[in-house]
Design a binder for this molecule. Structure first.
Ligand code: PLP
Length: 357
């Protein structure tokens, strides 16, 4: 039979499914710490059949070899450990706060030398790569929606011998596949869109199948086993179940996001709309201060006031309410994660809350 690369919509539905007569359509949820001796896996910190099913599916979507981790941060921490002691890490000055804080900590401990870059400034990123060990990118960035020119930066990193890693949480493999553009590693907070139902914490790192002999996947698997940053089988099973509808959720949410962006851009209570032109994440700045933005978040009834994103339910939050959120995020910025509800209900609810300030 001729094999062909399947479209993401097909891979999302079928990848990782058990094969063979009499097998269940859905992979088994294997709850086991220990396996009978002499098999491929002997202890649960090294592997799990439910992990393998999820990894096969995410790997098919991103076009690489996936490893599931306990959370997005566990995956990010593992990838940053690829920087040799005291080595140079190029990383975004503005990105997901957890990553910014972790890089600060590694720098303070003297484990890495961090070079901060504005990921929207391609020349600055290219210049910072000289002599670097690892380039960490996030695009679009959380929550300022900065977009990195991955098509230019990733091949340049490969030419310079710099390991290139991309946090693809906001775009998902439905909209952006960095490995096809030359990245060595892609990371997700699978807590967000991949699982999609706000009921699990999970992370994943996907390495390029051809990684110039560096065995990054092997090193990340060793890190996962040794540091114990392992995913629960139940969480992994739920994430795979959620992943089956990723393409539909993204299709719906991105269509609604575009409609909302057009209307928000005309709204008298909104001074700025940050939208990369794709995806379902949007940040707005409201007329007024932090209190005005908090009032909007408290004033919705359909949109959920909560700190995460990528779920079926629309969520909103003023990011600066978190003490660790970087200071370049405006006080009046509200991050919107557009869900899959009816877009007119979303608009009515948001418009009502915005008009109240
Ligand atoms: C949430 C998030 C993370 C962290 O993931 P956890 O699963 O919460 O550990 C990393 N990167 C981005 C872009 C995120 O939004």
């Amino acid at each position: 039979m001729v094999q062909r690369a399947l479209h993401p919509a097909t891979a999302a539905v079928h990848a990782g499914r058990p094969a063979g007569a009499g097998m269940p359509l859905s992979p088994a949820l294997v709850l086991a710490s220990t396996y009978l001796a002499d098999g491929a896996v002997d202890y649960g910190r090294g592997g799990n059949p439910t992990w393998s099913a999820f990894e096969e599916a995410v790997g098919a979507l991103e076009g690489g070899d996936a490893l599931v981790f306990a959370s997005g941060m566990a995956a990010i921490s593992a990838v940053l450990s690829l920087v040799p002691l005291g080595g140079v890490l190029v990383s975004p000055e503005s990105a997901y706060s957890g990553t910014v804080v972790l890089v600060d900590e590694l720098q303070t401990l003297g484990l890495v030398q961090a070079r901060r870059v504005d990921v929207t400034d391609t020349d600055a990123v290219l210049a910072a790569m000289t002599g670097a060990d690892l380039l960490w990118l996030e695009s679009p960035t959380n929550p300022l929606m900065g977009v990195a020119d991955l098509a230019t930066m990733l091949p340049a990193a490969a030419d310079a011998g710099v390991i290139a890693a991309v946090d693809n949480t906001f775009a998902t493999p439905v909209l952006q596949q960095p490995l096809t553009m030359g990245a060595d590693v892609v990371v997700h907070s699978a807590t967000k869109y991949l699982s999609g139902h706000s009921d699990v914490l999970l992370g994943v790192a996907v390495t390029a199948t051809t990684d110039r002999g560096r065995d990054l996947g092997g090193r990340l698997a060793t890190h996962r086993r040794g540091h114990g940053a392992i995913a629960g089988p139940m969480e992994t099973w739920l994430a795979l179940r959620g992943l089956r509808t990723l393409h539909l959720r993204i299709e719906r949410a991105t269509t609604s996001a575009a409609v909302l962006v057009a209307r928000l851009s005309e709204h008298p209570a909104v001074t700025r709309v940050r939208y990369p032109g794709f995806g379902a994440m949007v940040s707005i700045e409201v007329r007024g201060d932090a209190a005005a933005a908090e009032a909007v978040c408290a004033g919705t009834t359909v949109w959920v006031h909560a700190t995460s994103l990528g779920g079926v339910e629309s969520q909103l939050e003023r990011r600066r309410r978190h003490p660790l959120e970087p200071g370049d995020v405006p006080e009046n910025l509200i991050r919107l994660s557009v869900g899959i509800e009816d877009v007119d209900d979303l608009w009515w609810d948001l418009d009502t809350a915005l008009r109240s300030i």
